[in-house]
Write a protein that binds this ligand. Structure first.
Ligand code: F6P
Length: 529
């Protein structure tokens, strides 16, 4: 069980409220000669620089005290011990056990993944006409899509001889677009769904099966082209997939934490089992760090507590994730689910409504693209957006000029956010006739916070560490906010309401809704061809 402590009742919360009244300058904080010792960390191939955040050592110390007062250490122990900390679903939360590799059931499934991917890559697993599989299509959504897709594209240089594709949306436009370029003889579908009841996934799986049957496949050869990843064997068999072609995982693996389980089958198909294992090893290294390192040096905890400072004491309610790497382009959307589905909650662990902020809005885009889109607001908007920059030191390509330009931008952006541009600097730049409007528009106030993470190279091992860092940050923040991070009741209502509406649409009749929804549905029916 997790502790149930209202964070606002702690001494540290009161202290932090007091400290938050004082305006501080990050540039001034950086003048302290100990700043870098306290706020930068080397961790194997990583360098974390938290020094450009707007908080003093006193604030950091109070945040560490807050973590202690809220029972973080006990919470971490409870998760690693496999306690049923997902209380509203009566489940334990054991994605860390998938990386620890101590459970025989986990090993058994991994052996199955190994043998399957080896057969796929060697060409021993063929399609119905005897041809080698050239393309795999993962059909899943949410945690059964975002994690595998993000990792697979991040590991593009490691791809073997099978091209991965991902279908998630119930919008058939994505299905049609994906299937257009594929040959059923050489395509294998992975139907990935923890519950195997998700509307989008089952609809797409049925359409993929029809496409297969209409284009040369037969009922007898479905088993060569469809495999499933799920916890729900009866539903998988009912769909027509043989249980020997099902990869199993367990209810103690949350959907958004499941890429480490057989939900990662598409990753292993793309990059090979050995690289998939390295991903697990990397995550395990971060797990060990999180479980055993003292709070003041614990990377996910420091990062989480800085986020709490911004969200709860400074009123900064969003956070930008800015990977300076095209291969990490799906990281922001993946993190949106991990963070916002986990911590977007207003009911606390005692069932009461909280009177403080919980999960921030997570968003972002890779650099440098974002610079030409929304950075204007980050630099000169009325909102303060803490940014997390991620830079890869050694790229997998040989275009060093591109990479130096990319990284120059990576360094320049956090510097610009910090230092800004003063009136006198602007005056030195503009000609004498420049009016006040132009001068004021060119001033940057600066003092805008950021964290920079430098990673030696983007390999499976390091990627595993990076993702585990985020998972533990989310866990830590949810623990402090006294909410349940591992359920997701907030996604249910919309799903429920869509069922009668679907029926009404199909039967072309009106149901019982609010005036606006009725009017929208009527408009839809009248505009429909
Ligand atoms: O709708 C939210 C959700 O339940 C996510 O938590 C989950 O990752 C996703 O749907 C997909 O669920 P499943 O893997 O059961 O299809």
């Amino acid at each position: 069980m997790l502790p149930k402590i209202d964070p606002t009742t702690t001494k540290s919360w009161a202290k932090l409220s007091e400290l938050s009244a004082k305006e501080t300058s990050i540039s001034d904080l950086l003048k302290n000669s100990n700043r870098l010792d306290q706020f930068t960390f080397d961790f194997s191939d990583f360098h974390f620089d938290f020094s450009k955040n707007n908080l003093s050592s006193d604030v950091m110390q109070s945040l560490i005290n807050l973590a202690e007062e809220c029972g973080l250490k006990e919470g971490i122990k409870a998760m690693f011990d496999g306690d049923p900390i997902n209380e509203t679903e009566s489940r334990s939360v054991q994605h860390v056990a998938l990386r620890a590799r101590e459970k025989e059931e986990v090993e058994k499934e991994l052996r199955k993944v190994k043998s399957f991917t080896e057969k796929l890559h060697s060409g021993d697993w063929t399609g119905y006409s005897g041809k080698k599989i050239t393309d795999i299509v993962n059909i899943g959504i949410g945690g059964s899509d975002l994690g595998p897709k993000m990792i697979t594209y991040a590991l593009r240089p490691y791809w073997k001889n099978v091209t991965p594709h991902f279908i998630s949306n119930v919008d058939a436009a994505q299905t049609v677009e994906t299937l257009e370029g594929l040959n059923p003889e050489t395509t294998l579908f992975i139907i990935a769904s923890k519950t195997f009841t998700t509307q989008e996934t089952i609809t797409n799986a049925l359409s993929a099966r029809s496409w297969f049957l209409e284009n040369g496949g037969t009922k007898e050869t479905i088993s060569k082209h469809f495999v499933a990843v799920s916890t729900n064997e009866p539903a998988v068999t009912e769909f027509g997939i043989l249980s020997e072609n099902m990869f199993e995982f367990w209810e103690w693996v949350g959907g958004r934490f499941s890429l480490w389980s057989v939900i990662g089958l598409s990753i292993a198909c793309a990059v090979g089992f050995d690289e998939f294992e390295k991903l697990l090893q990397g995550a395990k290294e971060m797990d060990d760090h999180f479980r055993t390192t003292e709070t003041s040096k614990n990377l996910p905890i420091i990062s989480a507590m800085i986020g709490i400072w911004y969200n709860n004491f400074k009123g900064y309610n969003s956070m930008a994730i800015l990977p300076y790497d095209h291969r990490l382009r799906y990281l922001p959307s993946y993190l949106q689910q991990v963070d916002m589905e986990s911590n977007g909650k207003y009911v606390d662990r005692s069932g009461n409504e909280v009177n403080y902020q919980t999960g921030p809005i997570i968003w972002g885009e890779p650099g440098t693209n974002g610079q030409h889109a929304f950075y204007q607001l980050i630099h000169q908007g009325t909102k303060i957006i803490p940014c997390e920059f991620i830079g890869i030191v050694n790229p997998a390509h040989k275009f060093s000029d591109h990479h130096e330009k990319l990284l120059a931008n990576f360094f320049a952006q956090s510097e610009a956010l910090l230092t800004g541009k003063s009136r006198s600097q602007v005056l030195n730049e503009v000609d004498d006739e420049a009016d006040e409007i132009l001068i004021n528009s060119k001033i940057f106030k600066g003092n805008r916070p950021s964290t920079s993470i430098l990673i030696k190279e983007l390999n499976p091992f390091n990627l595993g560490k990076l993702i585990a860092y985020y998972e533990h940050r989310v866990f830590t923040q949810g623990l402090i906010w006294n909410i349940f991070s591992f359920d997701q009741w907030g996604v249910e209502l919309g799903k429920q309401l869509s069922k009668p509406i679907l029926k009404e649409i199909k039967e072309n009749r009106e149901g019982n809704h609010d005036h606006s929804t009725i009017s929208l549905l009527k408009k839809f029916q009248s505009m429909r061809k």
